[in-house]
Design a protein around this ligand. Structure first.
Ligand SMILES: Nc1ncnc2c1ncn2[C@@H]1O[C@H](COP(=O)(O)OP(=O)(O)OP(=O)(O)O)[C@@H](O)[C@H]1O
Length: 266
């Protein structure tokens, strides 16, 4: 599998602006490195506050790392414009359904990334959006619908359409499907896997669901208090890991309690 993404030593410190200790530096992510191949799926697991979303946001460009660098096809993301980065990596957020604008039609919302990031003419934009709607199992007619005219499953498909309309190489989904009804969630995950097959997209999922992680992942990264505990293929981690946290997250028959003081290091 050819290397698409290389994450090299990224870390993140936040400085508290208010609260009890203004000015205090908090380490959300210690230097972390891993790679991902084209068309592969990586899941990031770990308890709350362990740094999963921080990794996701840094890869998607929503946060800057304090240190380290990320390469896509050997090209540093630091040296790319926002436009270039958008064409490589797109993110589906936890509250993606709420990120749809209720006052704008689906078509206009899907055209927006094309207007800002491509040279396509309005006619080509519309054509690309129609094709993208078909790819996610919607109809070209949905172009003129407003979000409230769609079911939650259809709205989620619009969010996926918005992520793939620029034909990125990587999609980062941060707990994007957790709030969905289980039957819709299964359909949406199968849709993502079909898109991966058709378009060769690599996925990075942040997930708490062992079942989903085992079903979709080629590789898994386990986080604890801002530190990478383990990174490896799904099979290797399930069959060979001796890390208590990995086994607790992946093997339901393993009984391990995450220490109560397992908040992020300061
Ligand atoms: N903007 C911020 N300012 C200060 N601290 C932050 C900020 N964003 C995240 N943190 C802290 O960094 C740590 C890691 O947060 P992160 O959101 O990456 O965790 P997570 O593993 O995704 O948690 P969850 O599963 O609950 O979403 C947490 O302690 C969090 O409080």
């Amino acid at each position: 599998m050819s290397k698409l993404l290389e994450v090299r030593g990224i870390s993140k410190y936040y400085v508290h602006k208010d609260g009890w200790l203004p000015g205090k530096r908090v380490c959300a992510l210690e230097p972390t490195s891993f790679t991902l191949g084209r068309g592969e799926t990586l899941s990031i697991m770990g308890e709350t506050g362990s740094g999963k979303s921080t990794i996701a946001k840094i890869i998607a460009g929503a946060e800057r790392p304090s240190q380290g660098e990320i390469f896509i096809n050997g090209q540093s993301l630091n040296l790319m414009s926002d436009q270039q980065r958008c064409r490589h990596v797109r993110m589906i957020f936890q509250d993606s359904l709420r990120s749809l604008n209720p006052q704008t039609t689906v078509g206009k919302q899907l055209c927006e990334p094309l207007i800002f990031n491509t040279e396509l003419t309005p006619r080509q934009q519309k054509e690309r959006v129609h094709n993208t709607l078909r790819k996610v199992g919607l109809l070209p007619d949905h172009y003129d619908f407003y979000p409230h005219m769609l079911s939650s499953g259809q709205q989620q498909r619009v969010c996926i359409a918005r992520a793939i309309v620029l034909e990125p190489q990587i999609i980062v989904a941060d707990e994007a499907f957790a709030a969905l009804d289980p039957s819709i969630r299964a359909q949406i995950i199968n849709l993502m896997l079909d898109l991966q097959q058709d378009m060769g997209i690599s996925f990075i999922f942040v997930s708490h669901s062992t079942e989903i992680v085992k079903h979709v992942s080629d590789k898994i990264l386990i986080m604890h208090r801002g530190k990478m505990i383990e990174f490896g293929t799904t099979q290797a981690l399930i069959q060979q890991s001796e890390e208590p946290l990995t086994r607790a997250l992946l093997c339901s028959d393993y009984n391990y309690k995450v220490p109560l003081n397992s908040t992020t290091k300061e």
